[in-house]
Design a protein around this ligand. Structure first.
Ligand SMILES: [Zn+2]
Length: 80
């Protein structure tokens, strides 16, 4: 199951984030603020994408370290 970089929108397998390249991500719990493919400049997203990423940040902050819960919630609410 995936979680999402809330800066660039890239989906990442949560096991990869936790175990394969944890040093490549800046994150708090399930909230990813920067990932290995993030562009150097601030990404320019559509309004819909900005709203989606804001919703993901909110859910991730609410769930804290519950990354499994975050991945399930993103899937349930079709935020992936
Ligand atoms: Zn990113």
């Amino acid at each position: 199951m995936d979680i999402v970089c809330t800066r660039c929108g890239e989906p990442w397998d949560m096991d990869y984030v936790r175990h394969e390249e944890p040093e490549g991500f800046r994150r708090r719990g399930g909230r990813i603020d920067r990932c290995p493919v993030c562009p150097r400049e601030k990404p320019r997203h559509s309004r819909e994408e900005r709203e989606r990423l804001a919703a993901i940040r909110e859910v991730a902050d609410l769930l804290g370290g519950d990354i499994d819960g975050l991945a399930a919630t993103l899937e349930d609410f079709r935020l992936l």
